[in-house]
Design a protein around this ligand. Structure first.
Ligand code: ADP
Ligand code: MG
Length: 1063
């Protein structure tokens, strides 16, 4: 829904305008109109979200009113520029959910209502984009919400940062280290039910991808006096109560503990073991689980709890005085448990608790302790055991948090985000050494805050030559010096008193203070005070005017606590402990070390100096926590208390500097480097002076003169919105640059890919073309060689076989043979045959014969018996007549017939006369008389044995083949023939002259039957035949135009035969 919210200059009234429809407006009790629908967003506009927007920014009342207004609406966060002011609501506001994290993640600071997560996100993004270590400094007095804020920050990072590639468990460990440290280092105080009794600075390491990869914790001065003593209404450290409440029966039995805090003297001093706001039982479960997460083995847990239990047992050790007033342990049971839990010798421990070992002139002497001394030794042991265990615990957690692959390259490029949650400024009824240290620590941090925000800022304007009206503020350096200065500082004096030989007491220390720093405006004692003030100061007290208010310290215990001495034999006893943790806490080398250890205050001072250095090396972010009331109540806005905090936290000065100054400054180089992409003239490189580049750049961006100032080395931007607008523009520009780079890269990438493919394709192509080319060349070469060989062979074809013509000849031969296959004669009559090359002439002939034979063979196989007979007869006819008789050629195409007369045409009497003799052939013939040559029609029959001439029913003549001496025919085309008969045979009438129309057929059959092929005579001119006994006839043959058979005058038979063949 589009909603416009308009901020009226007072910063108080919100007008909500919906562009399309009028919406329901609600009138808030304080004049704030909000829409029902967007109550949340509108609510966030209650008051001003940033004090910088406050109209009356110099008025403390307006400042507090704004805080109050917002607090009433449960809006606990307000900015002073980049500094977040947080007021403890003392109630769960449901503003740290997953949705809230998402809402603030990656969003510009000014676009969302003020929130811890907005700071968290800004810091994280700065860490990522600028790759500079960051530190979030959370300050405020005890109970103002520092620890709570630290936890929320950690939670935010754990939830929203990307998981590291390896060791995702780091996130859990970072989170889970907290409940464990709180159990051992937090306690209920009057100010806070979960007051941190140690200072904590935690580094979270992020890899270059922004994933948490490790962590490290520095702890500062645990308030160990709490182990043995608590003020009224306060408790010992949580862990004791948690163990007694939540520990399983079995475990308590092992540790020799009862489930009742009242049974332990160390837990009853404050008389409030049970607190309604604390659930020790469920807290115990959380701690127990957390221990596993941070790599505690079951054995280590057992060892740790043994120590916790042993502290409780120590507290219950009682002494009684013997006759010589020497202390004796009366609680054997406790001693027994202690012996077991700490793994030490019972007798040694007993002796150590009641005696003191002195080394005088190289000799050890045991001197018994009186009751008071014994109790002191016991408490000292309890404190030492507990505080050293706490130190060990921090070390153990650090080992668990340490990045597992410190060697990997990503480790080297880690950036660090520091979270500082240290005990807040504290004022009690009775303030002791611990409060002195805690408040000194707060002085130091305030000093750092002043240095970084007020002082250095103003100095910077001066250095940069920016016109500037200095803002007055209270610089607490004077108090820091009062405490820490060499020789004259309180710590120096305390140390001196501790080390001084002779009877030094807390009171002599006080006197020394009075002597040395009596004129200091922030220091006061009973003696130094004026009359009215004196009443409020005891004789054993001194008062410091801290930046956050006056605190009166009782000097009692200062020397002791600063010395922190543990009798030598107690140390020795602990060094022999079988408990692995104890043996790590008490190192034997400590015994042989002759050098006096640094005093507690000096150690603390050193560690603070170190802390300040650490913080200075990082980009700071501030969260200033304010406590709304002293009674831990939700909704109560104690104006006096708050005004006090606003004052000492220097928030007003902070605001004034902010308003007068510039929200943002940057070295020209850095500014140009970051934003140069926004101006065409400066992008991608600016060759001139960075300052000029920045000038060009901001002109291009359209900065108005009042929005910025140019310093000597830096540009100063007055309003965040100017920078945010520039940042937004950069964001957009980055997108487009990223797109461009992406596109260029993709183009490059794909082009590389394409070129690769192209190269491959060309490679394959050229290879393939090469192959083809080589093949073709080889083929051509072969062809050329072949042609050359053929030509050469052709030229030498007639020469004798030699290498030069061998190929040609072979070719000719093979091609002849191959062609021959196609050109073979189709049938037996086809006489064609390809002409062979000379070399194959013989083979060709053989082949041809073979071919013919084959054809003949094939032909022969295919003919019928009748046809075979026909052909045989034709062959015989050919043998007899071919080329000899004129009418033979005409006979060739005419088929021979088996017989020319059927059985029915032959007279049965003739058949009868022949008897069993079969007739092989019968043909009608004409017989010429031997004398008158009269033609007479007859039948000629051939039997297997004889030629029979028949006249109707009468066999006229039978010529046995044996008597047939020959057959004569003319060479002309006539069809006369003469059968010559044996003359001696008287029965025979002489030769027979016959004429058959089928003379060739008839004679062929007769020759075959009579087997007288060779006896057929073909005569030219005339035939002489025997016409009867002693008388021969002659037949003359003459060629003529037509057949004429007549008896010539000379008595010869004259035959004129037409000429048929022109021979
Ligand atoms: N943002 C908050 N929301 C709700 N309760 C809070 C918040 N901050 C602090 N508190 C309450 O105030 C108590 C004290 O806060 P804590 O952070 O321990 O103070 P400090 O560390 O500054 O001494 C917490 O136990 C919690 O109950
Ligand atoms: Mg705290």
């Amino acid at each position: 829904m589009a909603l416009q919210v308009e901020l009226i200059p007072t910063g108080e009234i919100i007008r909500v305008v919906h562009p399309h429809r009028p919406c329901k407006l609600a009138l808030g009790s304080d004049g704030v109109r909000v829409t029902m629908e967007s109550a949340l967003t509108a609510r966030d506009r209650v008051g001003v979200q940033d004090f910088v927007l406050l109209e009356n920014f110099t008025s403390e009342a307006a400042f507090i009113e704004n805080l109050r207004r917002r607090f009433r609406e449960n809006l606990i966060y307000t900015y002073i520029g980049p500094v977040l002011v947080s007021v403890n609501p003392y109630r769960d506001l449901q503003i740290y959910s997953q949705q809230h994290m998402e809402r603030y993640r990656g969003v510009s600071f000014y676009k969302v209502p003020p929130h811890l997560f907005a700071v968290a996100d800004t810091v994280y993004r700065a860490l990522r984009t600028e790759r500079r270590d960051q530190a979030v400094m959370i300050s405020g007095e005890s109970g103002a919400g520092k620890t709570e804020a630290t936890k929320r920050l950690l939670q935010f990072y754990a939830e929203t940062c990307p998981a590291p590639e390896r060791g995702g468990a780091v996130r859990d460990r970072l989170l889970q280290s907290n409940p464990v440290l709180e159990a051992f280092g937090n306690a209920k105080t009057l100010r806070n039910d979960n007051s941190s009794r140690f200072g904590k600075y935690m580094d979270v390491q992020f890899d270059f991808k922004g994933a948490p990869v490790g962590g490290h914790i520095l702890s500062y001065l645990l308030e160990k006096s709490r182990v043995v003593h608590q003020n009224h209404g306060e408790r010992n450290f949580h862990v004791f109560y948690q163990l007694l409440e939540g520990g399983e029966e079995e475990m308590l039995r092992r540790l020799g503990l009862e489930r009742n805090p009242q049974s332990y003297l160390y837990l009853v001093k404050g008389q409030c073991a049970k607190v309604s706001s604390i659930n020790d039982k469920s807290d115990w479960k959380v701690v127990r689980k957390a221990l596993t997460v941070i790599d505690f083995t079951e054995d280590e847990v057992e060892d740790l709890l043994s120590i916790v239990a042993s502290v409780l047992h120590l507290g219950n050790i009682h002494f009684a005085a013997d006759e010589e007033s020497n202390a004796q342990v009366t609680t054997e049971n406790q001693l027994k448990y202690l012996t077991r839990l700490l793994g030490v010798e019972g007798s040694t421990l007993r002796e150590a608790l009641t005696h003191r070992k002195i080394i005088a002139k190289g000799e050890e002497l045991l001197s018994p302790l009186n009751l008071e001394q014994a109790a002191y030794a016991r408490d000292a042991l309890a404190k030492a055991v507990y505080s050293r265990t706490f130190t060990w615990l921090v070390g153990k957690i650090n080992r668990s948090l340490a990045s597992k692959d410190a060697e990997s390259p990503s480790w080297r490029s880690t950036t660090v985000l520091g979270l500082l949650d240290i005990y807040g400024f504290e004022v009690f009824q009775h303030n002791s050494f611990e409060q002195f240290c805690i408040n000194y620590c707060n002085e130091k941090l305030q000093q750092l805050f002043i240095e970084l925000t007020l002082k250095s800022e103003q100095e910077e304007y001066e250095a940069e030559g920016i016109a500037w009206e200095p803002v007055q503020y209270f610089n607490n350096k004077i108090i820091c010096d009062l405490v820490e200065e060499k020789f004259k500082g309180i710590i120096s004096i305390l140390d001196e008193e501790c080390l001084r030989p002779g009877e030094a007491t807390d009171l002599t220390f006080l006197e020394k203070l009075e002597d040395t720093i009596k004129y200091h405006p922030h220091f006061l004692t009973h003696k130094l005070a004026d009359q009215p003030t004196r009443k409020s100061l005891g004789r054993g007290e001194f008062r410091l005017l801290h930046y956050a208010g006056e605190v009166t310290y009782s000097v009692t215990g200062f020397l002791d606590k600063n010395n922190d001495l543990l009798f030598r034999n107690l140390k020795e006893t602990m060094c022999s402990s079988q408990n692995p943790i104890m043996s790590q806490c008490f190192d034997r080398s400590e015994l042989s070390d002759k050098k006096r250890p640094e005093t507690v205050a000096t150690q603390f001072k050193m560690s603070l100096l170190q802390l300040v250095e650490i913080l200075k090396s990082k980009e700071p972010a501030y969260i200033r926590c304010i406590k709304p009331n002293d009674s831990k109540q939700p909704g109560r806005f104690d104006e006096v208390l708050i005004r006090h905090q606003v004052k000492y936290l220097g928030l007003m000065e902070n605001l004034r500097v902010r308003r007068a100054g510039f929200a943002y400054r940057r070295k020209y180089e850095a500014f140009l480097q970051r934003y140069k992409s926004l101006c065409p003239e400066t992008w991608p490189t600016w060759s001139g002076r960075p300052q000029d580049g920045v000038a060009v750049l901001i002109r291009h961006l359209g900065y108005k003169p009042e929005e910025y100032k140019m310093g000597r080395t830096k540009i100063f931007i007055r309003f965040p919105k100017t920078l945010f607008a520039t940042e937004d523009a950069l964001e957009v520009r980055r997108q487009s640059l990223a797109t461009k780079i992406q596109a260029a890269w993709r183009g490059f990438h794909w082009r590389q890919k394409f070129l690769g493919v192209k190269r491959s394709a060309i490679c394959i192509q050229s290879w393939w073309r090469g192959t083809l080319g080589r093949r073709r060349a080889a083929k051509r070469k072969w062809a050329a060689q072949t042609i050359r060989r053929l030509i050469r062979g052709f030229i030498l074809r007639h020469a004798p076989h030699c290498p030069e013509n061998a190929f040609f000849l072979d070719h000719v031969r093979t091609s002849f043979l191959l062609n021959l296959r196609q050109q073979l004669p189709r049938n037996i009559l086809d006489t064609s045959w390809p002409t062979p090359p000379p070399a194959l002439r013989e083979a060709s002939e053989l082949l041809r014969e073979l071919c013919v034979k084959n054809m003949v063979w094939k032909y022969c196989r295919s003919i019928s018996p009748e046809w075979k007979q026909q052909l045989q007869q034709k062959a015989v006819a050919s043998e007899i007549f071919k080329g000899k008789k004129d009418n033979y050629p005409q006979s060739v195409p005419r088929l021979f017939i088996s017989t020319r007369l059927g059985a029915d045409e032959i007279n049965p009497r003739v058949l009868q006369a022949l008897g069993s003799e079969p007739i092989q052939y019968a043909v009608p013939v004409v017989k010429y008389d031997r004398k008158g040559y009269k033609p007479r029609s007859r039948q000629l029959l051939l039997t297997p044995n004889a030629v029979v001439i028949v006249e109707d029913a009468k066999v006229k003549q039978r010529i046995d083949y044996a008597n047939l001496t020959g057959i004569s025919v003319s060479s002309l085309s006539d069809s006369l023939f003469v059968l010559h008969v044996q003359r001696e045979d008287n029965k025979q009438k002489g030769d027979v002259v016959l004429q058959s129309d089928h003379v060739i057929e008839t004679l062929t059959k007769m020759a075959l039957s009579a087997d007288c092929v060779n006896n057929i005579n073909i005569n030219q001119g005339s035939i002489t035949f025997a016409g009867g006994p002693g008388r021969d006839g002659i037949i003359d043959f003459t060629p003529g135009s037509e057949l004429l058979i007549t008896k010539a005058k000379n008595g010869h038979l004259a035959v004129v035969a037409p000429r048929l063949n022109s021979r």
